[in-house]
Ligand binder design. Structure first.
Ligand code: ISE
Length: 338
């Protein structure tokens, strides 16, 4: 078993830099051997946290130099396919930040290429599956202790978003997580999606016209609503309430130190996803490294799951600006991804 996996991190932006320090400081059995980043200044800054890492402008160059055993992809989704292709062609295991690719057609191409290998090589970074609270909720749903699950009510609130964030990204960059985690929680796929438009936040960007209310129906009849909000200002909040036949369950509530001060009682809320999901990211990357080191290669959502989410997002984007319910049709999971 390999105990010092050489990981090449592609992209040294917010998530890439976060993963570089994670692998260097928290993960056992791996180190960052290469940083693949065309922006030399950014690569330089990231390399300060990974002393053994060489820097490259392209993944192909790192592969050519035999500098990596595995690849962690953390560039924006539209650049995933050009990185996944050489990685798969070189037979390298990959941890790919969400989304797999931005649309179902390119995701399909990745599935076709991956199926030329002996087994799945790509794990997709849907980190919520590794969050302890999501895991506990899934176990509760599976146990039926509170009876059957009837509904899931979700909130996904960001304080703000960067200028590069456009309206479609409400679905492809944000609700993309719910499209993965909801079927995983409920044990049933999404069959349709509808988007309703409440009054817009006049303090947010006009072109985003948000918040939005996303309604999903699952094959088992469970209905799901998600408030997607990217200008809530006060902090970052991702919460879910599950409604069962005999009770309720809630995850994602503010926790930690309780304070009473100046006539107020309060808990601190997260400022962004890097702290809210810090533990989930750590567990996700450790499990991936362990799986690569012992030859399983994937321990979490795979490329098929990524493809299903790409199909769901396409339906979600369609529903954004069209009235009514849009079906989600993915076809059968190939036995390769069983
Ligand atoms: C961001 O890209 C993420 O992946 C976060 O988890 C999500 O909450 C946020 O809305 C996205 O912009």
């Amino acid at each position: 078993m390999n105990t010092n996996l050489r990981v090449g991190v592609v992209g040294a932006g917010l998530m890439g830099a976060d993963h570089i320090t994670r692998i260097e400081n928290k993960i056992s059995g791996a180190h960052v051997s290469a940083i693949i980043e065309p922006d030399a200044g950014r690569a330089e800054t990231a390399a300060q946290h990974a002393p053994a890492a060489k820097t490259f402008a392209r993944l192909e160059d790192a592969i050519e130099a035999d500098a990596v055993d595995a690849v962690l992809v953390a560039v924006p989704g539209k650049f995933h396919e050009p990185v996944l292709v050489p990685a798969l062609e070189a037979g390298l295991p990959v941890m790919c930040e969400k989304p797999l690719t931005p649309d179902s057609e390119s995701s399909r191409r990745i599935l076709d290429l991956e199926q030329e290998l002996d087994r799945p090589h790509i794990q997709v970074g849907f980190m919520r599956r590794f969050d302890p609270e999501y895991k506990a909720l899934r176990e509760l749903i599976e146990s039926r202790e509170s009876g059957e699950l009837l509904m899931l009510r979700g909130v996904h609130r960001n304080p703000s978003v960067p200028d590069s964030y456009d309206r479609k990204m409400l679905i492809t960059d944000s609700v993309v997580h719910e499209f993965d985690v909801i079927p995983w929680l409920a044990g049933s796929p999404v069959v349709s999606v509808e988007v309703r438009q409440p009054r817009s936040n006049s303090l947010g960007r006009e072109d985003l016209r948000e918040p939005i209310l996303v309604i999903m129906e699952l094959a088992n009849g469970v209905l799901v609503d998600v408030e997607m909000n990217v200008s809530i200002q006060f902090g970052y909040q991702v919460g879910t309430e599950a409604v069962f036949e005999k009770g309720l369950a809630r995850i994602g509530q503010a926790s930690g130190i309780q304070q009473w001060r100046e006539g107020r009682y309060f808990l601190n809320e997260h400022a962004d996803f890097t702290t809210r999901f810090a533990e989930a990211y750590d567990v996700q990357v450790q499990k991936w490294v362990d799986a690569v080191n012992d030859g399983r290669l994937v321990d979490g959502p795979n490329a098929w799951d990524g493809y299903v989410v790409a199909v769901s997002c396409e339906a979600g984007v369609k529903a954004l600006d069209a009235a009514g319910v849009v079906p989600v049709e993915t076809g059968e999971r190939p036995s390769f991804y069983a």
